[in-house]
Design a protein around this ligand. Structure first.
Ligand SMILES: [Zn+2]
Length: 184
């Protein structure tokens, strides 16, 4: 069954009339939208960071803040969205700044839970740059908590992932966390 047919089936299941003008092209549109929202599966880390690792003697913390993202929770297929903040401690190489957004997109455009998204971004930055340490914070709002279930409209969720030096270095952690105030 194609994704378009699956959406037709879902609309029939809720009692909708597939022939009414407003819904005529909805199954194909919905299928295209869902394919786009999950297009991260087709990308690889190598592809999204291609030719953007540069040698550098700078060993000080690099912090890229406020990368916006939209993802889908793997439990309800409802959106969660917010901001990603990424810091790393370079060890001979730096990564082009736009690539942090590309890495975020690649993992966000898959079915996710926020905890795993945070860790996948941290590990990807470490593996691409060979950094001494990577820290990632994500602040987000979950539609599955806001539109359904407990119906908590103002709750936000922060997740953190530390890799390498950030695990033991409390000074670096403090510097990073104090630079990223709550962003959602
Ligand atoms: Zn959910």
């Amino acid at each position: 069954m194609s994704m378009q047919q699956s959406y037709q089936h879902i609309l029939q299941t809720i009692g909708e009339d597939l022939e009414r003008p407003g819904l005529k092209d909805t199954p194909i549109r919905a299928a295209r939208a869902f394919s786009y929202l999950t297009s991260g599966y087709e990308k690889s880390l190598e592809e999204v960071t291609n030719n953007a690792v540069f040698p550098s003697d700078n060993r000080e913390m690099v912090l890229v803040k406020n990368i916006e993202f939209y993802s889908l929770c793997e439990h309800h297929l409802l959106p969660f969205y917010g901001r990603v903040h990424i810091a790393y401690l370079p060890e001979g190489n730096v990564l082009g700044l736009s690539k942090f957004a590309r890495i975020t997109e690649m993992f966000a455009r898959r079915l996710q839970i926020q905890e795993n998204l945070t860790q996948q971004i941290a590990e990807a930055v470490e593996s691409v740059t060979g950094a001494r340490g990577v820290a990632v914070v994500i602040d987000s709002a979950h539609m599955c908590m806001m539109m359904r279930g407990v119906g908590k409209q103002s709750s936000t969720t922060r997740t953190v992932s530390f890799v390498g030096d950030f695990k033991e270095n409390t000074e670096a952690r403090r510097e990073f966390l104090s630079a990223v105030p709550e962003s959602y």
